[in-house]
Design a protein around this ligand. Structure first.
Ligand code: UFG
Length: 335
């Protein structure tokens, strides 16, 4: 299938582009490179021996998106990664978050309708579950009111997609609720490229180990968890990328209108401390850390029940936390 990947030069987008090629599909990238690098496209080519067509522009620009769909006549599906994703920044600057994350989706949906393109996979997040009442989280676990604009954009986007399908539109859509993506491609040619000081755990660990940061602060060790640090479902980014291909192939077999949601995780909760210990052990390197206060807005524990995606799409995560920590470190050392 010819698949448009909006945000295809980003962390999850670039890994998904590689996996689309591996599965025999043809990815076409749209990216404005506001939070990604042009050389990532060269790296995709190095890995796959294929160079995706790249359209540089903004998904919120209707004329530009119409041009892309006109030039690439036979697009069969869209994976929409385009979004700002820094939780803290979204609290400080809500307008660009709503504008970019919501308008880009609305524009893409409108243009898809103009061109009769039915399939769209959307990047949602486990953030829609807020503070879970119980773990693991299933897709019918209640969504909670968002505590930051970033999270709210994910809730609103899921609702837009659901409402569109309910309206009877010629659309087939699946928001994937990602848990915590980590790791890098085994070639170590692509990986996560945080801008500025990382807010996510793994880039902070790798930058500290590399001497770029003095020390890592663990945000709280007084949670009601086995070692007192938060529990998360850390999933290797290559496994997550493969879930998108399984989702597209599944969507393609459905009849419009169609809407459903799926969790994408490993099904295991791993603590922040366990992840740091694993990083140190598998890479034989020390990470200097201190225990600090809890970070506002963090949930205590959050991990996925993955039965729905395992059974429906015959997809499951394959890579371990240890592999992910080795890949993240090898990638960091190339930077
Ligand atoms: N953490 C630290 N120190 C750091 C960074 C993080 O202790 O320097 C801890 C956090 O407190 C948390 C865990 O590591 O307990 C994971 O934090 P991340 O920031 O890496 O990830 P989050 O679980 O907060 O957020 C992720 C995604 C969001 C998404 C959210 C909810 O980054 O996009 O999951 O699913 F919304």
């Amino acid at each position: 299938m010819k698949i448009l990947i909006n945000g295809g030069a980003g962390y999850i987008g670039s890994h998904t582009t590689v996996e689309l090629y591996n599965a025999g599909h043809t990815p076409i990238i749209v990216d404005n490179f506001s939070n990604s690098e042009r050389w990532i496209i060269d790296r995709i080519e190095q890995i796959t021996d294929k160079r995706p067509a790249v359209y540089e522009g903004d998904c919120t620009d209707t004329n530009f998106m119409n041009e892309v769909f006109t030039k690439e006549k036979d697009i069969e599906g869209v994976i929409h990664f385009t979004a700002f994703k820094a939780v803290g920044e979204s609290v400080e600057k809500p307008i660009p978050y709503y504008k970019n994350n919501i308008n880009s989706l609305l524009t893409v949906l409108e243009v898809m309708q103009n061109y009769n393109v039915q399939n769209i996979v959307f990047s949602s997040s486990a953030t829609v579950y807020g503070e879970p009442d119980t773990n693991p989280l299933t897709e019918i676990s209640p969504r909670k009111e968002a505590i930051n604009p970033y999270g709210n954009t994910k809730l609103i986007a899921e609702d837009i997609l659901k409402d569109l399908a309910t309206s009877g539109a010629n659309i087939k859509t699946i928001p994937l609720r990602y848990f915590n993506p980590i790791g890098a491609h085994e070639s170590h040619l692509i990986g996560e490229l945080p801008s500025g000081v990382p807010s996510n755990l793994v880039p902070y660990i790798t930058q500290t180990a590399a001497g770029l940061r003095d020390e890592l602060t663990i945000f709280g060790d007084d949670y009601n968890t086995p070692d007192g640090t938060c529990l998360r479902d850390f999933i290797h980014v290559v496994d997550l990328a493969k879930a998108h291909i399984a989702t597209l192939e599944y969507l393609d077999k459905q009849t419009a209108p169609f809407f459903d949601v799926f969790n994408v995780g490993t099904g295991n909760g791993t603590s922040v401390m366990e992840l740091i210990n694993t990083f140190e052990k598998v890479n034989n390197v020390k990470v200097k850390y201190v225990i600090g206060p809890r970070r506002t807005g963090d949930v205590e524990s959050c991990w996925a029940d993955t039965k729905k995606i395992n059974d429906t799409m015959n997809w499951k995560s394959e890579k371990s936390i240890s592999e992910a920590m080795k890949d993240s470190w090898k990638w960091q050392k190339t930077l």
